[in-house]
Design a protein around this ligand. Structure first.
Ligand SMILES: Cc1cc2nc3c(=O)[nH]c(=O)nc-3n(C[C@H](O)[C@H](O)[C@H](O)COP(=O)(O)O)c2cc1C
Length: 190
């Protein structure tokens, strides 16, 4: 049976990470259910060369963020998890308090209540205390806080390479048991 993952793109900086994640999941034959917030449409336009429709075309299914009646709004939709990439402080805050005002936050809430895997690629710097407390709450609920922090020891030569490595490690945090090509792992010299 095909794995199913919900991919939420919120309006934090780092839209290209979402594009890499969608590519990685497609390559691994994972069925993707994509939700894009309004602010994320702005970051996609500012930060990437992609048209919104080209990003949507990378997913198997695209759900409107206002459609709180979509499949992934219900616990009966058996997903293998959800990744929010990038995850804004607004979305982090809403999910940590159980506010389900749109499909993205409702889906994350459902994933947590069903004890499935939620990976949040939270992007902000520096953090204030409410960000830190919200990340703690998500962690206590079983979610994975996975900020887009580069592994500098991989010596990335381009920003795209660096973004790929960050995205690959984020998808790996979903624990899907899929093969992700070209992850650079730490190797100690002999
Ligand atoms: C270009 C741009 C970059 C942004 N970067 C961030 C960011 O890195 N982190 C963040 O929390 N918010 C960031 N924001 C602000 C969010 O988009 C804003 O808080 C929005 O309400 C988030 O809504 P959403 O979570 O529903 O997408 C950025 C906004 C823009 C336009």
């Amino acid at each position: 049976m095909k794995k199913k993952v919900i991919v939420g793109i919120s309006g934090a900086s780092g839209a290209s990470l979402a594009i890499h994640c969608l590519d990685i999941l497609k390559q691994a034959n994972v069925e993707t259910h994509l939700i894009i917030t309004k602010p994320a449409q702005m970051t996609i336009a500012y930060e990437t060369d992609y048209k919104l429709d080209d990003v949507k075309a990378k997913a198997d299914f695209v759900h409107n963020n206002t459609d709180v009646g979509a499949l992934c709004a219900s616990g009966t939709f058996k997903s293998d998890g959800m990744i929010i990439v990038p995850c804004s402080m607004k979305t982090l805050g809403e999910v940590s308090c159980g506010i389900c005002g749109n499909l993205l936050t409702r889906s994350a809430d459902v994933v947590l209540k069903e004890r499935r895997k939620l990976v949040m690629v939270v992007r902000e710097t520096p953090f204030n205390l409410s960000h830190i407390r919200n990340m703690e709450t998500i962690t206590l609920m079983g979610g994975v806080i996975c900020p887009p922090v580069p592994a500098f020891y991989t010596n990335p030569k381009t920003i795209d390479e660096l973004n790929y490595q960050i995205s690959a490690r984020s998808v790996e945090s979903l624990d899907l048991g899929i093969d992700i090509p070209n992850i650079k792992r730490w190797k100690q010299d002999d």
